[in-house]
Design a protein around this ligand. Structure first.
Ligand SMILES: [Mn+2]
Length: 339
């Protein structure tokens, strides 16, 4: 969890009170999230929608593109509208987890009163109101806080949606963003009717068979460097085709080698064109892969980062292994120096 100095905690609370005031004073709202929406984006959008409706407000959820099957059972998913342009007169538009005004892929947002709700502090302050809380594990946790602050009731619908946000953004409560607060909120959601087995099952036991086909092919490429600390694996365009894979089928592949005891970092390279690759980096503990991704023009978090790279596959893979090894050795030297 990100540590916030006291004055920033007060600032976050101050902005929350502005959001509460806005909702109390106005009537018609729209909610959107980023394209290729994930569990937090959709769960928080729908959770907020149910909260607003329970307060007697009107709320439309507008999201570009298709909703992935994992989220088809979320209450209210059938109400989501796929629009290219903001139409209708809204008092305010909530943008959930969007780094800038372009992220939802919807035109006309620049003319609206916008509320930027995010738990990443790296985005633009593009909103009329910017409610950014980096101590929250997911925006879902913030929606829960909003519900409490406004005196709303956690209905079964809100509980289902917000639980989905928490479980996906914390990797089933595995990641370092899982706090005592997260688990307290999860507990309240279960009390309000959320069923953990059903919600997790919709995400983790609901993949098309093409994922298994693709996994078989990708895992067949996995190797380790000679120290055994770095694992790397590849996905070619041909593998995608042979597996009949769809977007999202490879979610989480990068974490599989990381589950081996001695592996400290994983490099997962996906071919996206001739001599062009998208790369996911994962690490355990203090090993900071965001720093490494940034060197190649990418970015991310300490334990999960990404970048794009062009060139000869073997050469680029070897370069990334090398850079990670150097980082591991540098940290070992530092640790020894500190003793
Ligand atoms: Mn999130």
């Amino acid at each position: 969890m990100a540590f916030l100095p006291k004055y920033l905690v007060r600032l976050v609370l101050l902005v929350l009170s502005q959001v509460v005031e806005l909702i109390e004073k106005k009537k018609a709202f729209a909610i959107t999230t980023h394209v290729k929406p994930d569990g937090d984006g959709l769960g928080s959008s729908l959770g907020l929608c149910w909260l607003l409706k329970s307060l007697g407000k009107s709320a439309d959820v507008i999201v570009r593109g298709e909703v992935p099957p994992a989220y088809h059972k979320l209450p209210g998913v059938d109400l989501i509208r796929d629009v290219e342009h903001l139409n209708g007169s809204y008092d305010a538009v909530f943008l959930i987890e969007c780094s800038d005004l372009e992220r939802p892929g919807i035109r006309g947002l620049n003319e609206a009163f916008t509320v930027n709700i995010d738990h990443h502090s790296t985005g633009d302050q593009f909103g009329t109101i910017n409610w950014i809380d980096p101590t929250a594990s997911a925006v879902g946790e913030m929606i829960y806080n909003l519900c409490k602050a406004i005196g709303g009731r956690i209905t079964k619908e809100i509980a289902d949606c917000v639980y989905m946000a928490l479980v996906t953004d914390t990797g089933s409560f595995h990641y370092s963003n899982t706090t005592d607060r997260t688990l307290k909120v999860a507990s309240e959601l279960i009390k309000a009717g959320a069923k953990p087995e059903e919600i997790s099952g919709a995400v983790y036991n609901n993949y098309p068979w093409s994922r298994i086909e693709l996994m078989r092919r990708v895992l067949d490429t996995v190797k380790r460097d000679e120290t055994g600390k770095i694992a790397y694996l590849r996905q070619t365009l041909a593998m995608r085709q042979e597996s009949d894979a769809i977007d999202g089928d490879n979610n989480g592949f990068v974490n599989i080698p990381l589950s081996a005891r001695d592996v400290e970092a994983v490099i997962y390279m996906r071919e996206i064109g001739p001599d062009s690759y998208r790369v996911s980096l994962r690490s355990k503990g203090d090993l900071n892969v965001a720093k490494i991704a940034e060197r190649f023009g990418g970015g991310g978090h300490r334990n999960a980062a990404g970048l794009q790279i062009d060139g000869d596959w073997d050469a680029k893979e070897a370069e990334l292994v090398d850079v990670l090894l150097q980082e591991i050795e540098r940290r070992l030297r530092e640790d020894r120096g500190a003793e």
